[in-house]
Write a protein that binds this ligand. Structure first.
Ligand code: MLT
Length: 203
């Protein structure tokens, strides 16, 4: 189950941060951000395996903001299998993972939270749009989740983020919704807020 990724061993008493880049990114895109959030954490960063006109993505889409649900379902299950494979290969505890996804990567991570509820110990969703079709609301009681949203984000309309927030809220997760006055790009302020949130749960 090999795929292109970066693994960096960290302090075994810190979380392992799973990085899922946005459309057009790669496994290196979020490394600096992860280091700003927790320089001692291990890193597992995956390159999306879908190629959309030369841009890496984690799952296919039919048009802007319209997911290919069959592909999303398959890629969500592939992610879970890869996490098991990587934990076995590198020898990190499976419960150590905190997910961090941006845009397309945040959408895959959101889908994964609903389908594999016990898989991560926390999640940072930066500019997510949706988790795709949800078959049932799992029990995510107490799971810390940070959602970063841009008030002027043209790709993620506020109603969609609010819907995702409510869906996650229904699971019992401890969800923090953090609004920023910018668009789809990540701002220093947002990364700082995500970092402060992370430290309050994982330090
Ligand atoms: C998606 O397709 O996952 C979202 O529209 C975000 C993006 O453009 O990557």
């Amino acid at each position: 189950m090999e795929r292109i990724h970066i693994y960096k061993q960290g302090n075994p008493f810190r979380p392992l941060i799973l990085l899922l880049h946005g459309t057009g990114g790669d496994e290196k895109s979020l490394l600096d951000m992860a280091a700003r959030i927790d320089k001692d954490a291990g890193i597992l960063s995956l390159r999306g395996e879908v190629n959309e006109d030369g841009l890496n993505r984690h799952f296919k889409r039919l048009s802007l903001g319209v997911f290919d649900e069959v592909d999303l379902h398959k890629r969500t299950s592939d992610l879970e299998q890869f996490l098991d494979f990587a934990a076995n290969k590198y020898g990190f505890p499976r419960h150590q993972i905190v997910g961090l996804g941006y845009s397309n990567g945040a959408n895959l991570l959101a889908s994964h939270l609903f389908k594999y509820p016990k898989s991560v110990q926390g999640a940072i969703l930066l500019h997510p749009l949706s988790a795709g079709t949800i078959d049932k609301i799992p029990d995510l009681f107490g799971l810390p989740i940070f959602i970063g949203v841009g008030e002027e984000d043209p790709i993620c309309p506020q109603e969609m983020t609010q819907k995702l927030f409510l869906q996650l809220h229904k699971t019992g997760a401890n969800v923090t919704l953090s609004w920023h006055q910018f668009g789809h790009n990540l701002s220093t302020e947002e990364i700082q807020k995500a970092s402060t949130w992370y430290q309050s749960f994982f330090k």
